[in-house]
Design a protein. Sequence first.
Length: 283
Amino acid sequence: MSVLVGLIVMLGMLVIVPAGLRLAGAPELDRIKRFWPVFAAPGAVSLWLPRGTAATVLALCYGTGAALLALHAVPRAARRDGPLRSPATAPAEIALLTALVTPAVAATALVAERAGHPLFGFGLGILALTVPHFHFAGFAAALVAGLVSRVADGPAGRFAALSVPLGTLLVLAGYFIGDWAELGGAVVLTAGMWTVALLTWRTVRPARRDRATRLLLAVSAAVLAVTMVLALTWALGEATGLPHPGLLWMAATHGVGNALGFALCSVLAWQRLHLHDDEGSIR
């Protein structure tokens, strides 16, 4: 499982995050976008080294980049005339702010895991799985929810843009509170992601003439609908003791599906949309 998780995390570090930042439509992120490979490459290398000093130092390089990215959320949120101040644009802005912060959560888990030290009572296995979770269920999901909200403006779009960050936060809180709290977060996150999938399928996809873009959007929506069922099943099983898939099975199905079918296809599709017009960027 470590090899599979490592490959998924590399995809998040080296492809999904930098591609997603280009879609954010935030000029203040230009510098971090240019230098992101300087932070991401050492982080990717750290995944394949034995736990210890060398792996920890390389992971800290990635942690530095993730921390700098998260710091951009502070002045952006504090802007008096920023999109957070308008009811019409606040949901998409909250989604973007969530996307900026979640890689730092992943990087914190990565540093602890590569150092071989449990963190907040969580073992190394859970920490290793937290890294891809907050790259994809955190960064990619929040970013795409915000992008969809901009195009599918309305109650459903705003619900998606708000529920995905809220669900991500609740899942994180559930790590500390317990399995039932994590289940509640999974329910909220699943509702948000299903709304993203529905809006992608019914609103974003039909408006595009380009077949390749339509196909990428269709795949991302269809895969998302399935992978979130798996996530909900796992969280329900953990909370109730009912039979549910194990972590290896979840990594091979839910993890791979979200990484390739949802996140990668979504980012590629929105990049294609971004080349034709600016409506797919969060302003």
